[in-house]
Design a protein around this ligand. Structure first.
Ligand code: AMP
Ligand code: ZN
Length: 500
């Protein structure tokens, strides 16, 4: 069964394969590091993570490149306002981005490419276009791409280019969605702005040329798949195709993968609506990273996901069920062969069918909702068998193997939630963001989460445990206190404690 995926470029579902016979070369537009990542961004990155994991599950090696846009209009504006060099400004957000990706269980791509470290490649690509007169320089020293010279312009997004005015230009990185205009490849900069001295003049690259140059540097002129959120289809990806194919005369990416936008409580996420959430906002409110991952993956990538707090609670409960079930099957003692008269002959078939459904759902354009449902069907049936004492060890083993397979894609079984919340809390303390921390998180994980009386009681418990030579329990209490910032000192006079 091949892994098949919708291709925005052809409008069809097509099989995925590594065209060089070695690795599936894929490029995903990464973040613009001018702020903390929000759950919309992570919906896209999580589906790209599932895609690369699925590629591997289907026996293909991914070679995944992601860029970091660390120079653009917004970054230059914000860094100037903060009176910081742009790389100091972007470094904190880049670091936070990778921490967040890890918290959400995303694998690290095989290569990360920073725009500011790849300026040479962008300059040579613009020079190649200039040699064909497709790139042209204007009075202020900026360079533009002449879209009238690229007849295929619009083939990805299906834009109708009737009435396009040759030479009508747009110079901002953030531009209206409906205009097909010549776009900036290289921007002349004003004195004092971040710039590079190059044969093209002094300036900085436009956003679109970054991705063309970096994708081709790492993956070759022609590669297998290009990914990003649906907002990038036009103009960003359209422009990437134009710049690359006009220079190389070979197809840029064969397959285009676009993730639909996320809504929050039924509306477009926006700061003014008060429904804008970064991952960190949610962790500080006490929501678990695993539940956020699971919810963001619960709806297939081509459908809109409406993120709600009820949905998040449901997702938290689903993870609880999964983990409890996993522990039950893992630690239970199941008879090697069921007693003949209460054996459940259909169960093994059901587990095998669940396995087939799981794989088939992913193969079918990454249907994460059906893949997840296939697993919960198996959980229900196996739980019932375990309750009735009809679960055998071979069926338990088959179930565990299926859960392991499920987790190579969904990656939620291993519980690191408490650690991640604590890390978010430590970050909030360091950044002066304690106002964003919920009382629930403070009570559970904060340094002042225990009253003196509660600490005294725990210390007394520990002393009792030691007297009973139950050292494991005594150590567990000491560690619990230590995690909450309370130190215990044993002395001749007895036990003392203090807050760190
Ligand atoms: P940016 O950092 O703005 O360049 O965005 C990084 C990635 O997140 C891009 O692939 C965007 O398309 C994607 N993205 C931004 N907002 C959303 C959203 N609300 N839902 C899904 N993906 C989004
Ligand atoms: Zn890009």
């Amino acid at each position: 069964m091949p892994l098949e995926l919708f291709n925005t470029l052809s409008g069809k579902i097509e099989p995925l394969f590594a065209s060089d016979g070695t690795a599936l070369r894929m490029y995903c537009c990464g973040p613009t590091v001018y702020d903390y990542g929000h759950i919309g961004n992570f919906r896209t990155f999580l589906h790209v993570d599932v895609l690369r994991r699925a590629i591997r599950m289907f026996g293909i090696t991914p070679r995944h490149v992601m860029n970091i846009t660390d120079v653009d209009d917004k970054i230059i504006r914000n860094a100037a306002a903060a009176q910081l060099p742009i790389n100091t400004y972007t470094a904190r957000y880049e670091k936070a981005f990778f921490e967040d990706m890890q918290a959400l269980g995303c694998e690290t791509p095989e290569a990360i490419a920073r725009a500011t470290e790849n300026i040479d490649g962008m300059v040579s690509l613009i020079e190649r276009l200039a040699q064909q007169d497709i790139a042209y320089k204007v009075e202020d020293g900026s360079w533009y791409f002449r879209i009238a010279r690229f007849p295929d312009y619009g083939k990805l997004s299906g834009k109708d280019l009737e009435g396009i005015q040759d030479g009508a230009r747009i110079d901002s990185d953030e531009y209206e969605k409906d205009s097909a205009r010549d776009f900036a490849l290289w921007k002349a900069t004003k004195p004092g702005e971040t710039s590079w001295d190059t044969p093209l003049g002094t300036g900085r690259p436009g956003w679109h040329i970054e991705c063309s140059a970096m994708a081709m540097k790492y993956l070759g002129d022609s590669f297998d798949l290009h990914a990003g959120g649906e907002d990038l289809m036009f103009p960003h990806h359209e422009n990437e195709i134009a710049q690359s194919e006009a220079a190389t005369h070979v197809p840029f990416a064969r397959h285009w993968f676009h993730v639909r936008f996320l809504l929050v409580e039924g509306k477009k996420m926006s700061k003014s609506e008060g429904n804008f959430y970064t991952l960190r906002d949610l962790l500080l409110k006490g929501h678990r990273a695993s539940a956020i991952r699971f919810l963001l993956l619960s709806v297939p990538y081509r459908h809109q996901l409406n993120f709600t707090f009820d949905g998040l609670t449901e997702s938290t409960n689903a993870i609880e069920r999964l983990r409890t079930f996993h522990q039950r099957i893992l630690t239970g003692k199941w008879p090697t062969l069921a007693v003949a008269n209460n054996n459940d002959p259909v169960l093994s078939n059901l587990i095998a069918q669940g396995d087939t459904n799981f794989t088939a759902s992913l193969a079918n354009d990454l249907n994460t909702a059906e893949a997840r449902a296939a697993i919960f069907d198996v959980i229900r049936a196996v739980n019932t068998a375990a309750d009735r004492n009809t679960l055998t060890q071979p069926d338990a083993d088959a179930t565990l193997a299926l859960l392991a397979k499920f987790d190579t894609i969904f990656a939620v079984l291993n519980d690191t939630d408490a650690e991640l919340t604590k890390a978010a809390l430590a970050w909030a303390e360091a950044e002066g963001r304690m106002a964003d921390v919920s009382t629930e998180v403070l009570e559970k994980f904060g340094a002042n989460s225990l009253t003196d009386a509660a600490i005294d009681a725990l210390v007394a418990d520990r002393t009792k445990a030691k007297a009973q030579r139950n050292f494991a329990r005594a150590d567990a209490i000491r560690n619990e206190l230590l995690e909450k910032g309370i130190l215990i000192e044993d002395s001749k006079e007895g036990v003392r404690w203090k807050r760190k």
